[in-house]
Design a protein around this ligand. Structure first.
Ligand SMILES: *[C@@H]1O[C@H](CO)[C@@H](O)[C@H](O)[C@H]1NC(C)=O
Ligand SMILES: *[C@@H]1O[C@H](CO)[C@@H](O)[C@H](O)[C@H]1NC(C)=O
Ligand SMILES: *[C@@H]1O[C@H](CO)[C@@H](O)[C@H](O)[C@H]1NC(C)=O
Ligand SMILES: *[C@@H]1O[C@H](CO)[C@@H](O)[C@H](O)[C@H]1NC(C)=O
Ligand SMILES: *[C@@H]1O[C@H](CO)[C@@H](O)[C@H](O)[C@H]1NC(C)=O
Ligand SMILES: *[C@@H]1O[C@H](CO)[C@@H](O)[C@H](O)[C@H]1NC(C)=O
Ligand SMILES: *[C@@H]1O[C@H](CO)[C@@H](O)[C@H](O)[C@H]1NC(C)=O
Length: 382
């Protein structure tokens, strides 16, 4: 056996050894004292119901808030969400890998890399094959302070990070127009569905108490609707986006793969994601308010596109514009909605068409209709 092979075997053995330690390996959760189930361990329930445990084929009581509604945070522990600014969360496969290690049964397992999601494990332990294989995660909010009153239809996704869960410290941009929460605060959830390439089909949900700070608007959120699959999806043989088919504006989280109360019914190998595939743009969801659209038709593959209400101050924030390299990554992954890009400058066909000045606050949704016209011109149908 060569030295390299020997070393590889030793490394593998070490990794396999570590994978046997149940508290280290596995899945991901948000961690914060404001969460429900902050101190739940693998012994608290008859089955392993730690916050990081995946939710698969569960009853509603089991998956909703991870079954942790009776494990509320201490009074005063609340996650602050500053309107118009990023909020930094900690995502990890073990509480010991976060700033809150002190109350973790295994103690501090952090490494020198502050962004280590899962110390001493490969990326497969948080269900990704690499940066190209990330499928995004989301924060949702309900304007109710009593979590037990919150129903699945009450949650609106207000922020998405499409490169989640690559780093422990993960930023979520909070829309500038978030209205203030009721007395006692709001109820929030972190949600994630990972790529089918790296492990079984699972849904993730953890609830926490939250509060909007620095609010400047009082316009309420619109009633959230169910998201629809509308981006291009080459992994599943769909080469073109169907922009008319998207749900625009306020959307509920993706409730998938449980025994009860799903709102997504996609198959095992075509999970729904918090990406352009379901019109969940990277960053703040700035179009979720009651006045966000002046025209919002019912979605269908042939529906006309909605028009943003520019008077309401909805504009595409820089965070929502994907960088060219990000765009390439998503494209490789096959989940970029090619026809709905905020950064259409990379599409050569756009050159002959007028380009709106987005700095001037012109709606990006209307921008998209230009690229849609281009497709009509080329005789492609949706
Ligand atoms: C879900 O659980 C039910 C009842 O326990 C079982 O009959 C069914 O096969 C399970 N489905 C999946 C997809 O695991
Ligand atoms: C979690 O455990 C720590 C350490 O025992 C304790 O200080 C804290 O109050 C607990 N939090 C909750 C919400 O139970
Ligand atoms: C996602 O989180 C990473 C890590 O914190 C951050 O660099 C990135 O800006 C975030 N993306 C968005 C759209 O906020
Ligand atoms: C939420 O934030 C607002 C604005 O800062 C504050 O007035 C209110 O007391 C906070 N509510 C809670 C429950 O912390
Ligand atoms: C439109 O959305 C529905 C619901 O998500 C989906 O089943 C259908 O495949 C989508 N059609 C197209 C053409 O994208
Ligand atoms: C557009 O937004 C403004 C400001 O909130 C509001 O007064 C107006 O009613 C909105 N228009 C529509 C069609 O919703
Ligand atoms: C775009 O709009 C901004 C704000 O009105 C203006 O300053 C800028 O000159 C415009 N750019 C072009 C190319 O017209």
């Amino acid at each position: 056996m060569s030295t390299t092979r020997l070393l590889t075997s030793i490394t593998l053995a070490a990794l396999v050894g570590l994978q046997c330690v149940p508290s280290v390996v596995g899945h991901v959760s948000i961690f914060h004292p404001s969460m429900y189930g902050f101190n739940v361990t693998d012994k608290t329930f008859p089955y392993d119901n730690r916050p990081v445990s995946p939710l698969i084929n569960y009853t509603f009581a089991q998956w909703w808030f991870h079954g942790h509604l009776d494990f509320p945070p201490n009074d005063g522990d609340i996650f602050e969400l500053p309107a118009g600014q990023p909020a930094t969360t900690e995502l990890a496969c073990n509480k010991g890998a976060t700033s809150f290690f002190a109350s973790s049964e295994g103690g501090d397992i952090r490494t020198k890399n502050p962004n280590d999601v899962c110390p001493n494990s490969g990326t497969d332990s948080y269900h990704t094959r690499g940066f190209d294989d990330l499928t995004g995660c989301a924060l949702a909010i309900a304007y109710k302070s009593d979590a037990k009153q919150v129903q699945p239809e009450d949650f609106t996704v207000f922020s998405v990070n499409q490169t989640c869960v690559w780093t422990r410290f993960t930023d979520f941009q909070v829309p500038a127009r978030m209205p203030p929460c009721p007395e006692g605060g709001c109820t929030c959830a972190w949600l994630w569905i990972h790529s089918p390439d790296s492990g079984g089909e699972q849904n993730y949900m953890n609830g926490f108490k939250c509060n909007i700070t620095g609010a400047t608007s009082t316009v309420p959120l619109a009633a959230p609707k169910v998201a629809r699959r509308c981006g291009s999806d080459s992994m599943n043989g769909k080469w073109h986006a169907a922009p008319g088919n998207c749900t625009y504006g306020a959307k509920q989280p993706l409730y998938w793969f449980q025994a009860e109360r799903n709102n997504m019914f996609e198959g095992t190998y075509a999970p729904p994601f918090y990406t352009d595939l379901y019109e969940f743009r990277d960053g703040a969801q700035d179009d979720i308010f009651e006045d966000s659209y002046s025209f919002l038709p019912d979605p269908s593959p042939t529906a006309p596109l909605p028009i943003l209400n520019t008077t309401a101050g909805t504009s595409s924030s820089p965070a929502r514009r994907r960088s060219a390299s990000m765009r390439r990554h998503r494209k490789n992954r096959g989940i970029v909605n090619d026809d709905a890009g905020f950064d259409d400058s990379s599409l050569p066909l756009m050159a002959s068409l007028p380009v709106l000045n987005t700095t001037a606050g012109t709606s990006s949704v209307r921008h998209r209709s230009a690229s849609r016209r281009r497709h009509w011109k080329r005789g492609l149908s949706y």
